[in-house]
Design a protein around this ligand. Structure first.
Ligand code: PEP
Ligand code: MN
Length: 337
C-alpha cells in the first residue's frame, strides 16, 4: 500500500504520520521526490483502514500495491534511483560503461585494458576474479589474487571496479570493491542476496538465465528488504530455443523494468550475443531502449583469453563503439559521469 502526501507538508507532520502507521506493526518506506512524498507500507496491510488514512488532512491519496515487490516498485519511489559506485553515477540520466576482461588474468593484462577502456570513456572497470564456469576443469579465476590485481588497476588507472561474488564466505575480499556483481547463476541464491542486503556496497544484479522479470525484481527486493537499496539491474540475455546466439537479448526488459521499478537498468550485450561482432548492434539497441549503462567485455588479446574470448572486443573495437555510443547518448540526453 502507498500513501501519497499533499505537496509541501512540513517534515514534523510527515514524521508523525509515519509513527502512526508504524504503530500498526507495518514497516514504512519514505520516498521524498521533487514533487511527491510517498510513504510505502510493507507488511500485513489488511489491518489498515484505507478510509481512515484517506481522511487524514495531509494525505492526498491511498492506493493498494498489487505487485509482490515493494521497495523496488516505482509506485513506492516515483523518481529514478541514482546509484553511486565509487564516484560513478548510474541512473537518472547518468550513463555507466563498465568495461574490461571476462577474467582478470595478470597484473599486466588488467592494467593495460584498464588504461585503454578509460581512454575511450569507460567509467567503471570490470573483471572476474571468482568465475562461475560450466566446467569444473575450466579456468576458475584468480580468486582473491584477482581482486588484489583489480585494486592495483583501480589505484593506477583511477577507475572504480565491479567484480562478481559467488560465495558470501569471500565477502572480506570485497571490502574495497566499488560494486559487487551477483551473476546470472546466483540471481536466486537467496542467502547470498540477504547477506549482501546487510552491506551498503552497490550491487549489480544480473538477470538469471531463465528468470522472469518479476523473479528478477523479487531478487532485488531480497537485497532491499535487508537495507541495501543501491542496486543496478543488468539484462544479459536469457535462454531460449535459439542456438545461433549464446543467449537471446531481451531488449524489451529494459523499458519494461524501468516502468515497473525506479532502479537503474543496464545491459550486457557481450554475454547476451556471445559473439563480438554482435556486441555493437546490441549495445546501441540497449541505449535506444533506455538503458542506464552497458557492461562490455574487452580483452587485449581475445583469441588468447582464458574465458569468453569469442565475445570480447579488442580495445580498438571498444574505442570505435564508444564513439558511436556517445552519439546515441546525446540523442537520449544522457551523459557519462
Ligand atoms: C560475467 O559477467 O562475467 C558473467 C559470468 O556474467 P553472467 O552472470 O551474466 O553470465
Ligand atoms: Mn564473461
Amino acid at each position: 500500500m502507498i500513501v501519497i502526501l499533499k505537496q509541501g507538508v512540513p517534515q514534523p507532520q510527515v514524521k508523525e504520520l509515519i509513527q502512526q502507521l508504524e504503530e500498526l506493526h507495518l514497516k514504512t518506506h519514505l520516498s521524498q521526490g521533487e514533487n511527491t512524498t510517498i510513504i510505502g507500507l510493507i507488511g500485513d496491510t489488511t489491518v489498515v483502514d484505507i478510509d481512515t488514512i484517506q481522511s487524514i488532512p495531509i494525505v492526498e491519496t491511498v492506493k493498494r500495491v498489487q505487485e509482490p515487490y515493494k521497495k523496488a516498485n516505482r509506485k513506492f519511489h516515483a523518481d529514478d534511483t541514482v546509484v553511486n559506485a565509487g564516484g560513478t553515477l548510474i541512473g537518472g540520466g547518468n550513463f555507466a560503461v563498465m568495461a574490461g576482461p571476462c577474467s582478470v588474468e595478470s597484473e599486466e593484462q588488467i592494467i593495460d585494458i584498464a588504461h585503454r577502456v578509460k581512454q575511450s570513456g569507460a567509467n567503471l572497470l570490470r573483471g572476474g576474479a571468482f568465475k562461475p564456469r560450466t566446467s569444473p576443469y575450466a579456468f576458475q579465476g584468480l580468486e582473491g589474487e584477482g581482486i588484489r590485481l583489480l585494486l592495483a588497476a583501480k589505484k593506477e588507472v583511477g577507475l572504480p571496479i565491479v567484480t562478481e561474488i559467488m560465495d558470501i564466505r569471500d565477502l572480506d575480499y570485497f571490502a574495497e570493491v566499488d560494486m559487487i556483481q551477483v551473476g546470472a547463476r546466483n540471481m536466486q541464491n537467496f542467502r547470498l542476496l540477504k547477506e549482501l542486503g546487510r552491506c551498503q556496497t552497490p550491487i549489480l544484479l544480473k538477470r538469471g538465465l531463465a528468470n522472469t522479470m518479476e523473479e528478477w525484481l523479487m531478487s532485488a527486493e531480497y537485497i532491499m528488504a535487508e537495507g541495501n537499496e543501491n542496486i543496478v539491474l543488468c539484462e544479459r540475455g536469457i535462454r531460449t530455443f535459439e542456438t545461433m546466439t549464446r543467449n537471446t537479448f531481451d531488449v524489451s526488459a529494459i523499458p519494461l523494468i524501468k516502468r515497473l521499478s525506479h532502479l537503474p537498468v543496464i545491459a550486457d550485450p557481450s554475454h547476451a550475443g556471445g559473439l563480438s561482432y554482435l556486441v555493437p548492434s546490441l549495445a546501441k539497441s540497449a541505449v535506444a531502449a533506455g538503458a542506464d549503462g552497458l557492461m562490455i567485455e574487452v580483452h587485449n588479446n581475445p583469441p588468447k583469453a582464458l574465458s569468453d574470448g569469442p565475445q570480447s572486443l579488442t580495445p580498438d573495437q571498444f574505442a570505435q563503439l564508444m564513439e558511436e555510443i556517445k552519439k546515441y547518448l546525446a540523442l537520449e540526453q544522457k551523459s557519462l559521469s
